[in-house]
Ligand binder design. Structure first.
Ligand code: TXA
Ligand code: MG
Length: 317
């Protein structure tokens, strides 16, 4: 199992010799390696059993360091970066050659993000290179929002997990880029689309689903628990699956008369932020419990409800 701790020096030493370290961010935990080191980046793909056509996000600590590895940044994207970084926003930018093709799966753009977590920001400041880091889960499974989640599944494959507590956003970053002057959202995430529109006006949403898309994190089936998961009206789903041990993920002020159902309420007070924080840990809890199936309802299609629904639908695919 990995060592879990808060020792930035140790994390730094391991990263400098090409090893993997799990890092906390405000969205989800990442599995990090030196983004300039192809061997180290290869270890990420191996540990996650991740296909190399699925590119990695590069994490850095300041807007200034960006110029080392990205160019021709659209003014609207600069504006988003100025307002939302550090934060749950990834920008797809024209890459410079210093970023290995392995990191971007051969694409012309690199995904970049300044994460908002004090431990990881400090680590990034002390390192002479940026960190490539996907979510620290086996490929296709639910993203980790605590050091324990990382250790449970990848503990045997990494030396050190930098423990930054529970993630304060709980959903992966929103991915934004530009094509022919148009700003496009490629992945719904922890930064609500409404917040983006307030700053730069209208944007289009392009959530790819094919097997070789521009943003493969958008594969149709992803973020999936091992147990079957069904989406719909919970009361009806409960009736239909009456012979099974049921776990249910709900939202808002809901009560169910059945006593044999494990209910995990994302937010009894309709708070989207709270729901986002709880989503992945509730899915994991139910997946690790003795229920046979997981039932869930979609949230209203506003605010972080959009990204939460996106994850639920992919989990159920
Ligand atoms: O919040 C997050 O974004 C977390 C934390 C650790 O930063 N990271 C994360 O990484 O969710 P990952 O690898 O699980 O998802 C990254 C996704 C890829 O699957 C892909 O969809 C998209 O980001 N992506 C990354 N680089 C890209 C690129 N160059 N072009 C298109 N899409 C890219
Ligand atoms: Mg992921």
């Amino acid at each position: 199992m990995a060592t879990i701790g808060t020792n930035i020096g140790q994390a730094k030493q391991l990263l400098k010799i090409g090893q993997l370290v799990a890092i906390p961010t405000e969205t989800v935990y990442g599995l990090a390696a030196n983004a300039f080191d192809i061997e180290a980046v290869t270890r990420i793909f191996d540990a996650k059993k991740r296909p190399t056509f699925d590119p990695l996000i590069v994490h850095t600590h300041s807007f200034e360091t960006l110029n080392e590895f990205a160019e021709n940044i659209h003014p609207k994207l600069i504006k988003l970066a100025q307002i939302f970084w550090p934060g749950p926003l990834t920008l797809l930018l024209s890459k410079k050659s210093i970023i290995p093709d392995l990191v971007t799966s051969g694409l012309d753009r690199v995904g970049v993000r300044i994460p908002n977590h004090p431990l990881t920001l400090e680590l990034l400041k002390q390192l002479p290179f940026p960190l490539a880091a996907p979510s620290a889960n086996p490929f296709g499974y639910i993203s980790p929002t605590s050091a324990k989640h990382v250790n449970d599944q990848l503990g045997s494959k990494i030396e050190y997990i930098l423990d930054g507590g529970s993630c304060q956003v709980g959903l992966e970053s929103t991915i934004v880029g530009e094509e022919h002057g148009e700003i496009i959202i490629y992945r719904l995430g922890g930064l609500a689309i409404e917040s983006i529109k307030e700053v730069i006006g209208d944007v289009s949403v392009q959530l790819n689903q094919s097997s070789n898309p521009k943003a493969p994190g958008q594969l149709k089936s992803h973020y999936a628990p091992k147990k079957p998961i069904f989406i719909g009206n919970i009361t009806e789903l409960i009736k239909r699956h009456a012979d099974k041990k049921i776990g249910a993920i709900t939202f808002g002020d809901r009560h169910f008369s059945q006593s044999n159902i494990v209910i995990k309420n994302l937010s009894p007070t309709y708070n989207y932020k709270e729901a986002a924080i709880n989503l992945f840990s509730f899915l994991r809890e139910l997946d690790d419990s003795n229920v046979d199936i997981i039932l869930c309802e979609l949230l209203p299609e506003v605010n972080l409800g959009l990204a939460i629904n996106d994850r639920l639908i992919r989990a159920a695919s």
